[in-house]
Design a protein around this ligand. Structure first.
Ligand code: ADP
Length: 347
């Protein structure tokens, strides 16, 4: 639909005035020089001149400038300028300049956002292939060696098959993490909110990782003895994933004979906060703002050795934010780290 033009007369009024003044002065001068100077004909002349000028100028402006301004608006509307459509347009150049300026700035921001997203996509693909390459080549290496003859030696065969299997396990682990983060990022993961006892869930996670912790002689413990259940409203499976990732990290980055302590505190009327605290290696402050990014690692080689995908904390953040809750981190390098998140209490 073509835009409607809002008329302004300012330009014609002023221009006619200048022309009239000029012509009246010239006329006055000639009358004075060659005839007798009379005020009435001059006044009459100036009024007629002014009205004539005004009509011609306004007509020309409407045809010439208005049409061009209108074309600019229409062209911009073609380029999907919804903001321009909403307002009545006018021929006031200041407004037009302002609107075009705003339009250009909006487009610039849009382009920059797309560029950032494109960078992010490229980086993500690069990271994914990098993560998958290492275990894939390991598996390939063992299988090729077996095919080359190692298969005939019973001892080597078992050892290599076992290593190849570990490589496949690692691939599955990374692919599962990737699958989950993709689902979380596209908002494809619907939460199954239910009421459950968070104390029991934490105890189950402790049990699951008792062996892993024992290998590093790390103790998994509550800060006090929670005798009564504490009920919360959340997606139990996802919160178990959050606790798993945080507790596994506290073991991975914990010191030998260290401790991982979990506490549950009342925060406000309907919220609790769960804290997972360790006395492990800790994280320097400069890394903290980027810690929840996908594939971000403090110590690249160390983390990979520990078998992480670099996605653990990104998944944790997504799950907590999908619940409309908050996650916090406090850490001192060499002292330890505390990851905490809020949950809604259930009656
Ligand atoms: P990863 O799979 O590498 O463990 P995460 O997303 O779980 O990936 O963690 C990102 C990085 O944060 C880790 O590489 C590690 O450097 C750091 N980190 C996470 N948890 C802890 C912790 N409890 N103590 C010290 N560093 C940690």
């Amino acid at each position: 639909m073509p835009n409607k033009i809002k008329k302004t007369y300012k330009f014609a009024i002023k221009t006619s005035l200048y022309i009239t003044l000029f012509l009246t002065l010239v006329m006055g001068f000639f009358l004075y020089a060659f005839y007798t100077f009379k005020i009435l004909p001059i006044l009459l002349f100036s009024i007629i001149c002014y009205l004539g000028c005004f009509a011609v100028i306004q007509f020309r402006v409407e045809r010439f400038i208005y049409r061009r301004v209108k074309k600019i608006y229409d062209d911009l509307t073609l380029l999907e300028s919804t903001s321009l459509r909403k307002k009545p347009i006018n021929t006031d150049m200041a407004t037009l300049t302002q609107e075009i300026d705003k339009y250009a700035r909006d487009k610039k921001i849009e382009i920059e956002t797309l560029q950032v997203r494109e960078e992010y996509r490229k980086e993500f693909l690069g990271n994914v292939s990098h993560e998958l390459k290492t275990p894939l080549f390991t598996v390939q290496g063992y299988i090729l060696t077996l095919l080359d003859g190692a298969i005939d030696d019973k001892n080597i065969r078992e050892k290599y098959l076992d290593r190849a299997s570990k490589g496949v396990e690692r691939l599955i682990y990374i692919v599962n993490d990737l699958d989950m983060i993709t689902k979380l990022e596209v908002g494809d993961l619907s939460l199954k909110i239910e009421k459950f006892d968070i104390v029991e869930l934490i105890s189950n996670v402790f049990e699951m990782f008792e062996m892993k912790a024992a290998k590093k002689r790390i103790t998994l413990t509550f800060d006090t003895d929670y005798k009564k259940p504490i009920y919360v409203k959340a997606d139990q499976e996802r919160i178990q994933q959050v606790l798993t990732n945080l507790i596994v990290n506290s073991i991975k980055y914990g010191h030998d004979k260290g401790t991982t302590e979990v506490s549950i505190e009342n925060l406000i009327k309907n919220k609790i906060i769960v804290r997972v605290t360790d006395n492990g290696e800790g994280i320097t402050q400069n890394h903290i703002p980027r810690l929840f990014e996908r594939f971000y690692r403090v110590d690249k080689s160390g983390s990979r050795k520990e078998g992480g995908s670099g996605l653990g904390l990104a998944i944790v953040k997504h799950i907590i934010e999908a619940h409309d809750e908050k996650i916090y981190i406090e850490s001192d390098f060499g002292v330890g780290s505390e990851f905490s998140f809020t949950l809604e209490k259930a009656k």
